[in-house]
Structure formats: C-alpha cells, structure tokens
Ligand binder design. Structure first.
Ligand SMILES: [Mg+2]
Length: 230
C-alpha cells in the first residue's frame, strides 16, 4: 500500500461512510438478534417456511449474497421492500447503546460527509438520533437502501454512482469507509479511495487488493484524517 492518506484526504470532496458496523461494532447478541429478526420478517411477509427453515435460508442468503432478502426474492418472489420494512420494524435499537464516533469528531473532519447504507432511512435516522449524530447528517446526505432502488453495494457500482450523481462529486475525489470488505470492490472499480475498518477482524490484503487503507475503526481513521488537515 504505497499510498498516502494525507494527500488523498486533502484533495477529497466526499467522505462516504457506511453506517451499520462502521459507526458501531456488532456485538454477538446483536448479530444473533439480526439473524432472528431476518427470519421473523420473512415469515411476516409470507415466506412459506418454518422459523427454523427461514433462519437457515436468510443466513445462507446473507453469506452468499450480502443480504438476507435475496433468496426470499429468488425462491419465493417476495418483495425486497416488504422484507426491508418488516425487518427494520422488528429490529431492536436497544442492543447498540452508542456510536464509536462522536459528533465533535465528525464535525472536525473538513471533508463533506454522506452516508450510504444497506438499511432503510427510518432505521438510520433513529440510530443517528440515539447516537446524538442526527444533526451531522441532513436528510440529503443520507442515502438509504430505498434511495438506491435496493441495489446492494457489493453487487454493482450503481449505489455509488447514484450518490456521486446526486452530490455532483467525482469518484476520484471520494473516500469510502466500510466495515464489509466486499462492498468496497465496486467503489474501487469506479476509482474511489477505499478504506476498511476491521472492527477487530483479521484482514488479508493479498485477497482484497482493492482495499487502499485499513484502520481498526472509524475514530482511528478520522484521527488520521483530522491530524493531516491541521
Ligand atoms: Mg456495514
């Protein structure tokens, strides 16, 4: 990685942040809860499965396709928007108490911020409010899954392109931060600078050469950027 985050950050016009897993670390309990809720949401929208079958299918879908809904759509023709609504309505905010970053840390960053998430807008707004970060991200700087026609970041460049078009920013002037490594590949294809926050997980650069920089978490990354701005 013979690149310099200092110079890239100085020229950047957009810091595009993922939300879940990037602003907070998934706990084992929350992961388990998400898994159960994914299956429950499948049943609520009419998947002809037992709870156990739904748990298996949504897990398989998540690990293969990056979202629990994909196999529900493929196998049973269920609508992604219905599943997303049911899932986020059932999801309990109380598992995650706080964000790893503070509003002050985010305000100190000179690069304009935006969010691009696989979650629905209501969930993101609710969590931002809980974290005390609601004012950091005006509505037009939040790109939820419904805003990008439910396209997933790992499957195509379209969600990233949508953000660039809406904000009028060039890919080469954009830094993307993600906790899910495969979501960074299409960003790199477009020419964005890619940053992975590992949240304590192991990372192999040999397997993921499209990752430009690796940090332990979002505060560590912001610290590096903010230091370079002074
Ligand atoms: Mg994430």
């Amino acid at each position: 990685m013979n690149k310099n985050i200092t110079n890239i950050a100085k020229k950047a016009n957009l810091l595009l942040l993922d939300f879940d897993g990037t602003f907070y670390k998934f706990t084992e309990e929350f992961e388990k809860h998400c898994h159960e809720v994914a299956a429950r949401a499948a049943l609520l929208i009419g998947a002809p499965l037992t709870m156990e079958e739904a748990m298996d299918l949504t897990a398989q879908s998540y690990f293969t396709y990056g979202s629990s809904y994909v196999l529900l759509e493929k196998n049973y023709g269920l609508r992604v928007e219905d599943w997303m609504d049911a899932y986020h309505k059932e999801l309990d905010h109380s598992f995650i108490e706080a964000s790893q970053v503070t509003a002050d840390q985010l305000h100190a960053c000179q690069i304009p911020l935006a969010l691009l998430s696989h979650s629905v807008r209501l969930w993101i707004q609710g969590m931002l409010k809980k974290f005390g970060l609601r004012d950091v991200f005006p509505d037009e700087r939040i790109f939820a899954i419904e805003d990008v026609k439910y396209r997933l970041k790992l499957h195509s460049e379209d969600p990233y392109r949508h953000v660039l078009d809406r904000l009028g920013v060039e890919a080469t002037k954009t830094i993307v931060v993600e906790d899910t490594v495969r979501n960074l590949k299409p960003a790199k294809t477009l020419g964005m600078t890619t940053v992975l926050v590992t949240q304590g997980r192991s990372f192999s650069h040999a397997k993921h050469s499209y990752v430009d920089f690796v940090f332990a978490d979002l505060p560590m990354f912001l610290k590096a950027i903010i230091k370079t701005e002074q």
